[in-house]
Design a protein around this ligand. Structure first.
Ligand code: PLP
Ligand code: COI
Length: 363
């Protein structure tokens, strides 16, 4: 906490939930359904720059129907978590990496750049204000959702001169509702997520809007999630709707698609590459085709597949399905390397072990 602090006003929500009501939610939080008592908001316009920062009662905001975000989707967001360590410390996982990715997303969508120092200060002050909302370790963590919208009422197609940065939080258990050992994923022959030169490597709402019809197709095919292939050759595995993907070969080698410019550079992905390498495993960041994957599953060269991300943590993938058939991995169970990496990651995030990477920041 060195240097000048950006002033953030705090106004207590007079209608905050009672301890009893809050604790009932924290026992079974689900994902993204319940929100904490407060929200943070910072205003921007081209003249005043960032101003009027406030943490205040969570609730609806009023916007002119003409604001840019409603028409041209100038919106970006992030996802990160606050963890409660067993010794009571409150921890964030690689918040600087998050702040950087947010800044990069803002640049790609031609939005105002919130200085990373203000972003980090906002997260810290907000998490302190909502510290009673962090579930216990056995249950989960507090999911933080920073986002920014273009808030100038204007129908011209050009970057907005006004923005709102906001931060909300939601206590989170598991992202996938059922307590299955693994999830199933659908590979669409039609839909793609991102094209070269597009917005695939940043976190803007539009990417997710465009993925929903594909997710519907996955659901119709009894799958929990989906894998996107590249948009040029429609052959190379890229990532999932809201997660990166790793393949584990029988010899213990890991493979994850390279950061081609069309996939999101996941902070979990990056951390797992480091963790796996430090365990002595080989990690390849190489293009991998869907045809090769199916061959490798059938010839049992692939022993495990998992999805990873802030919301999903590490989730084993037990089944891959496309229009031609379905392919089961490791009898639909979580594998040894998946479990080992998951434990190493979670132990660092929750402060159960010493963090040799200085990823974890105490709030
Ligand atoms: N890919 C997509 C499309 C995502 O939405 C996410 C989630 O944020 C990820 C990958 C994983 O990123 P991270 O590990 O930084 O949460
Ligand atoms: C996250 O993991 O933070 C994400 O943004 C994924 C989202 C689809 C819930």
């Amino acid at each position: 906490n060195s240097g000048k602090q950006f002033p953030i006003k705090f106004s207590q929500n007079p209608n905050s939930l009672s301890k009893k009501e809050r604790e009932a939610i924290l026992k079974k939080p689900g994902f993204g359904q319940k929100f904490t008592d407060h929200m943070l908001i910072i205003h921007y316009n081209d003249e005043k720059k960032w101003h009027d920062a406030e943490i205040k009662a969570y609730g609806p905001i009023s916007l002119d129907p003409a604001v840019c975000v409603f028409h041209y989707a100038q919106e970006i967001f992030e996802g990160m978590k606050a963890y409660k360590a067993n010794d009571g410390r409150i921890l964030l996982f690689r918040p600087e990496a998050n702040a950087k990715r947010f800044a990069n997303s803002a640049k790609r969508l031609a939005m105002a750049q919130l200085p990373e120092s203000i972003y980090l200060q906002a997260i810290n002050e907000f998490v302190k204000a909502e510290k009673n909302w962090i579930p216990d370790q056995e249950i989960g963590s507090l999911y933080l959702r920073p986002f920014m919208i273009a808030s100038k009422p204007y129908l011209g197609v050009k970057p907005s001169p006004e923005y709102l940065f906001m931060l909300i939080a939601s206590p989170a258990g598991s992202y996938f509702s059922k307590d299955a050992q693994s999830v199933s994923v659908w590979v669409s022959e039609f839909y793609t997520r991102a094209a070269p030169g597009g917005t695939g490597e940043v976190k803007c709402g539009g990417n997710y809007a465009a993925s929903l019809a594909a997710q519907q197709e996955a659901t119709k095919n009894q799958c929990d999630q989906l894998i996107f292939l590249d948009s040029v050759e429609h052959k190379w595995i890229e990532e999932m709707g809201g997660m990166n993907i790793f393949f584990v070969f029988k010899d213990g080698t890991l493979l994850t698609p390279p950061l081609s410019g069309t996939i999101l550079p996941g902070i979990t992905r990056d951390s797992l590459i480091t963790l796996a390498k430090d365990k002595g495993l080989t990690v390849k960041q190489e293009k991998y085709s869907i045809h090769q994957l199916i061959d490798d599953i059938q010839s049992k060269k692939i022993s495990e597949i998992f999805a990873c991300g802030t919301a999903a943590v590490i989730t084993p993938i037990g089944k891959i399905k496309n229009s031609k058939g379905e392919y089961i991995i490791n009898e639909g169970k979580s594998g040894k390397i998946t479990q080992e990496l998951r434990k190493s990651l979670i132990d660092i995030q929750f402060g159960n072990v010493i963090d040799p990477y200085q990823w974890v920041k105490v709030v």
